[in-house]
Design a protein around this ligand. Structure first.
Ligand code: GLC
Length: 644
């Protein structure tokens, strides 16, 4: 078949790219360089400088001016904490920086962040071709690294609310609170489908139901990016209010044996794709600009080294054309020497290497691999083309700096109200004996028990201010206690707070005991659990408080269903509140019936860990549930139901 006809039959962007390669190969000395040749110098009228041209045209043109070192630099992403000198951004021509969980500037304020990231961008603009940086962050429930940002419920709570329109609004708000400080790439949404809730990342998943994950993951992509994806950025990505989303982690992160983080999925690839692909199909169709590869292996093969998965499945079968980034130091888990690991990962299809530290060695090893033809120049050019295309689509060549005009949106009242609404919709009522709920707050004395009732860190969970999260009140927001005290100032409600659940005042007889318990904050493998029980301290608080002579209502903060038989047995009412984030008042709104209780379980709730992983029922009909199910997915009591 004549080469032209072959080329014309290709997708436009691929045609452009192939044309560029052919130019390189057949017309030496034209645009572009040999591996070691002297690069051509662009002019003011070079095509890539014309913002009216498409991202793919601009990327193909700019690529032609780059030498090997410049291309290799673009493929390297490091955490800013590992920079030995800021000028290395320039000398190594780094393509991207990130702030991993807790990698924050000394001045953790919008100004501190914006000044830091803008200074990095200025270093990048000092390179020969002045290529700006992609700056990535895990803003997985709001811009959670930034003190003062709105912290939304983690994905498990959004799954319980199951409201795509609201989640899209959360995506918009998260994007605004991120681009304001100079972030232009968010490693979110996780579209994991956790199959075993012993996994420490269960709460980063929306649900065990692929349909819910696909709907909410896509909504978050739309909210963060707008419409149009990389190919029509003027509808979304090139706006100052949007950033690039990341579907993660491709593929099978929620399906490991025993829910072990970064473990092995013991299934054939065909079945893994069947179980986990739906959110990627929908997210790619929504224009997600990037995908992050997963740590786990499938039948012993690490996904980061699998060309079958990262190229054949992701590119050929799913049609993904955006940027594929490796996970944090995941390449180093591949077999072989560091150079062999890089060769495997890049040849499998990784475009951007989240190293995240030794950029010097990585650049040396990558260059050697290309000069030895262990990685082809075509593969390097394909990776760099995608990186440049994302940068052009984001409008970074026109303006790479923080959009400080959105500073006033950070932690704004409208965003906090949105978060509070998400919290309201996330609460699932598991028990409501004798219709004790909703509470009526006139002339009611509540003993509020448990330190987590006044602990914004516990109600936010991992990925908050630091990687693992924290306990205590280090960020603004409202705790359960704050919300109750506020309410008592306006009604006949009286609150007695007892962090350890003890109470000895004979002069006061509480009408009700409200106990707040929960898991300690955690992230990733630190949250893997064999028993899914609450910390001893929380169980002791409950025992002390529930031994008093008054009905008990329990609020549970957790990143997944937990095994709490004594709580379910000895409480008249139980609310699963998941990890609501900074606006804990939303839980109190439900408790007092200001709003209906509408949340439903996004995960099946087991009777015990001995039944895991549950082969969940094909629907929510109790008759089809396998043994070991305490509450089926979709379960959630309502006041109307109880009132009848
Ligand atoms: C972490 C996580 C990934 C995150 C990345 C950068 O290890 O696996 O979800 O985006 O590193 O923080």
């Amino acid at each position: 078949m004549p080469i032209v006809k072959l080329l014309c039959g290709l997708d436009r962007r691929l045609f452009l790219f192939m044309l560029f390669i052919l130019t390189l190969v057949f017309l030496p000395g034209c645009a572009g360089v040999e591996k070691e040749g002297n690069p051509l110098v662009p002019t003011e009228s070079s095509l890539y400088r014309d913002s009216r041209r498409s991202p793919s045209e601009r990327a193909a043109d700019l690529l032609g001016y780059m030498n090997l070192d410049e291309k290799i630099g673009q493929m390297i992403q490091i955490d800013r904490q590992f920079l030995k000198s800021d000028e290395h951004i320039t000398t190594y021509g780094l393509g991207s920086l990130l702030s991993g969980g807790g990698s924050v500037p000394k001045d953790n304020s919008p100004e501190g962040w914006a000044d830091m990231i803008d200074s990095y961008q200025r270093r990048a603009l000092e390179t020969r071709l002045a290529i700006p940086l992609l700056y990535g962050i895990d803003a997985v429930h709001g811009n959670n690294n930034l003190r003062g940002a709105t912290i939304f419920p983690h994905n498990i709570g959004l799954g319980a609310g199951n409201n795509p329109k609201l989640v899209e609004e959360i995506g918009k708000a998260t994007a605004l609170e991120s681009v304001a400080i100079g972030v232009n790439w968010n490693f979110s949404p996780s579209v994991a489908i956790p199959k075993d809730i012993r996994w420490g990342r269960t709460y980063e998943g929306f649900s065990e139901d692929p349909q819910i994950v696909a709907a909410l993951g896509t909504a978050l992509v739309r909210g963060m990016q707008g419409a149009g994806g990389l190919s029509q950025p003027d509808q979304g990505l090139s706006l100052s209010s949007t950033l690039m989303a990341t579907l993660k982690h491709f593929i099978g992160d929620g399906g490991t044996l025993g829910g072990r983080d970064q473990g092995d999925v013991p299934l054939p690839i065909e079945q893994v794709m069947e179980l986990f692909v739906l959110p990627y199909e929908k997210g790619i169709a929504a224009g997600a600009g990037s995908v992050m590869a997963t740590y786990n292996s499938i039948r012993g093969t690490k996904v980061h080294g699998s060309r079958r998965l990262l190229t054949t499945e992701l590119r050929t079968n799913l049609g993904f054309e955006g940027l594929l980034v490796s996970d944090w130091a995941a390449i180093k888990q591949l077999p072989g020497s560091p150079t062999q690991q890089l060769i495997q990962g890049v040849n499998a299809g990784i475009d951007m290497l989240m190293v995240p530290d030794d950029y010097h060695d990585t650049s040396i090893r990558l260059r050697a691999a290309v000069l030895d033809n262990a990685i082809s120049m075509e593969r390097i050019d394909q990776a760099v083309f995608r990186i440049l295309e994302a940068k052009f689509a984001l409008g970074l060549f026109e303006n790479p700096f923080a959009h400080r005009q959105y500073f006033d949106r950070i932690g704004s009242q409208d965003h906090r109200s949105l978060a509070r609404q998400a919290v309201r919709e996330s609460v699932v009522m598991l028990k409501n004996e004798n219709q004790i709920l909703p509470l009526v707050d006139s002339d009611l004395t509540i003993l509020l028990a448990g330190s987590r009732a006044h602990d914004i860190g516990s109600q936010s969970g991992g990925w908050t201010l630091t990687w693992q999260g924290f306990e205590g009140n280090l960020i603004p927001g409202t705790t359960i206690k704050d919300a109750l005290i506020h309410r008592s100032s306006q009604t006949g409600l009286r609150i007695i707070y007892s962090p350890d659940g003890t109470f000895h005042d004979p002069g006061i007889d509480p009408d009700l005991i409200l106990v707040v318990v929960g898991e300690e904050p955690y992230a990733e493998m630190m949250g893997d659990s064999e028993d899914l029980t609450l910390p001893v301290n929380d169980r002791e608080v409950f025992q002390r408080a529930s031994s008093l002579n008054a009905p008990v209502i329990t609020i549970v903060f957790s990143g997944r269903p937990v095994i709490i038989p004594e709580i379910l047995e000895n409480s008249a009412g139980v609310l699963a509140a998941w990890l609501p984030g900074s606006e804990g008042a939303g839980v109190i709104d439900v408790l007092f019936g200001d709003v209906p209780v509408t949340g439903t379980l996004p995960f099946t709730w087991p009777k015990g860990v001995q039944y895991l992983p549950l082969q969940f029922g094909v629907d929510d009909d109790p008759a089809t549930q396998p043994p070991g199910v305490l509450f089926p997915r979709g379960f959630g009591l309502t006041y109307t139901e109880e009132r009848d």
